[in-house]
Ligand binder design. Structure first.
Ligand code: NAD
Length: 499
């Protein structure tokens, strides 16, 4: 059950420092484990987006914020981290209710969000601006300045972590932020908004530095992207939406960062530690019920091991515990929404029509306990060609498709035969083969004998249709700044045109 006090569920929008019911249409958010409504959140209107953007522009230009020294700005990030940690259990419970995710996972996401603020504070305090080599009688420097107002648009799968990933570096860089959560899962972003509001007030900083703007992407998201005050958009979500945003950004010559979809290969070589690979492959695709951009959703197994490996995998997948996110035993929680469950089921129907064998799963679980929830059984498919739609399109659910490969050339060809290039997993004891494949595969992140491990210190992002730019790492903050070069004359010698 939701342990977040019902009276405390955040259902108001934050518009330039003012909490209010949005003037747009109401959207009911639903607990996907039960199908019951949690709260009704009213969307903001395009006019309210404009109000938030103008308020953000004023806040970003506020001399008290603009000239705040890095070590003092870092205090804001630490205070937000403190508040996240103090309310961690409530945030995790709220996220489990809103997204369906298992509590074990939402607790980890909340902890990682606090860690993101702390890491970014440290990166901010230690970031250096450089004196660059001069080629004359002058000093040259390269400095970084905030873009002003950042639009941060997020999907529904890991709100608190993706919010922190954008909010922390954007604030660290000296900006104001318009945060737009996904329509299905606005609650955690609104709860985070409350914490940031509190931290801003405690430190005497302008409240308009953060707005949290719920509503439809094509209305609220689009209005954020197009608003003239917004100088940068950082987006995580589907590839088609990312492209739409990039087109709109091009009209303003505005930089964008895009973290998009994936169809990541997870590769088992013939010499792999089979126990480790079995656990890693299952975790890589079925944790978060497959609703993860980096899900290892295409499994490639060396042909000589294929039947034995896939047979054992299927036996273990059948034993995965499907249940509500609130149960400590749950390994595969419900999907985010009943409509998304239907989309996933539609993909498995498509796979059948393409000739797939459904080795396990392929339906919603049966029984009273699952009747009202958006559940779908973890599913393993095979018998398809890598060119099939099932192997090429992102399903974003608990669906794994297995394919055999003959040799390294065959493997790399198939792994790279995808519009995506987000992640890859390699299971082998052969370090040279791991190195060769890791360097040849089109992926922004490669895991070797592990999967879905994340360090805030390590840059993350995609290649090809999986995205543009990198988040995280020491330089993550720079994506929210503009670089400026300064030349400072150091000589009294006359300039060429001096009298
Ligand atoms: P989505 O693209 O439908 O929506 C993402 C966000 O964009 C939402 O807030 C939505 O309201 C908004 N949006 C929609 N249309 C818009 C428009 N025209 N202008 C501005 N904003 C708009 O994605 P989703 O279904 O919420 O999330 C799933 C997708 O996110 C998957 O493709 C997944 O791979 C991707 N994802 C990527 C990463 C990554 O880091 N690469 C991480 C998580 C999720």
């Amino acid at each position: 059950m939701l342990s977040f006090p019902a009276a405390d569920v955040p259902d108001e929008a934050l518009v330039a420092g003012s909490w209010r019911r949005g003037a747009g249409a109401p959207v009911e958010t639903v607990d996907p484990a039960t199908g019951l409504a949690i709260a009704t959140v009213h969307a903001v209107t395009v006019e309210e987006v404009a109000e938030a953007a103008e308020g953000a522009a004023r806040a970003a230009a506020d001399p008290g914020w603009r000239s705040l020294l890095p070590h003092r700005r870092a205090r804001l990030l630490h205070r937000i981290a403190d508040l996240i940690e103090e309310t961690a259990e409530q945030l995790a419970a709220l996220q489990t209710a809103d997204t369906g995710k298992a509590l074990t996972e939402t607790r980890a996401l909340v902890a990682s969000a606090a860690g993101t603020f702390r890491y970014t504070a440290a990166a901010l305090e230690t970031a250096e601006e450089s004196i660059t080599p001069s080629r004359g009688d002058y000093l040259t420097m390269s400095v970084f300045e905030p873009v002003g107002v950042v639009g941060a648009i997020n999907p529904w799968n890991s709100p608190v972590a993706s919010d922190a990933q954008k909010l922390a570096p954007a604030l660290a860089a000296g900006n104001a932020v318009l945060l737009k959560p996904a329509e299905w899962t606005p609650l955690v972003s609104l709860a985070l908004g409350r914490l940031v509001t509190r931290a801003l007030a405690e430190l005497g900083l302008p409240p308009g530095l953060l707005s949290v703007l719920p509503g439809r992407g094509s209305v609220v998201g689009d209005a954020i992207v197009r608003h003239p005050c917004v100088g940068k958009v950082t987006f995580t979500g589907g590839t088609a939406t990312g492209r739409t945003i990039a087109h709109a950004a091009a009209d303003k010559t505005m930089p964008v960062s895009l973290e998009l979809g994936g169809k990541s290969p997870t590769i088992v070589l013939a010499d792999a530690d089979i126990e480790q690979a079995l656990a890693g492959v299952m975790f890589g695709v079925f944790s978060s019920s497959g609703q993860s951009c980096i899900a290892g959703s295409r499994l490639f197994v060396a042909r000589e091991r294929y039947d034995a490996f896939v047979g054992e995998l299927v036996a273990r997948v059948r034993k995965l515990r499907v249940g509500p996110g609130t149960s400590p035993d749950t390994q595969v929680a419900p999907l985010v929404h009943h409509r998304h469950r239907d989309t996933v089921a539609g993909y498995v129907d498509l796979a059948r029509s393409e000739g797939a064998r459904v080795l396990c799963g392929g339906s919603a679980p049966e029984g009273e306990a699952y009747r009202d929830g958006a559940y779908y059984l973890p599913t393993v498919l095979d018998g398809l060609d890598n060119a099939s739609r099932t192997c090429q399109e992102e399903i974003f659910g608990p669906v794994l498709v297995a394919l055999p490969f003959d040799d390294e050339e065959d493997l790399v060809r198939m792994a790279n035969d995808s519009v995506y290039g987000l992640a890859c997993g390699i299971w082998t004891r052969d370090h040279r083969a791991a190195w060769r494949i890791a360097r040849r595969v089109d992926a922004g992140t490669v895991w070797i004998n592990t999967y879905k491990q994340f360090s805030i210190a390590t840059p993350f992002g995609g290649l090809k249709d999986s995205g543009l730019g990198r988040e995280k790492g020491r330089d993550g903050m720079r994506a929210y700044q503009r670089q400026k070069s300064l030349y400072w004359g150091t000589s009294d010698a006359p300039l060429p045109w001096a009298n």
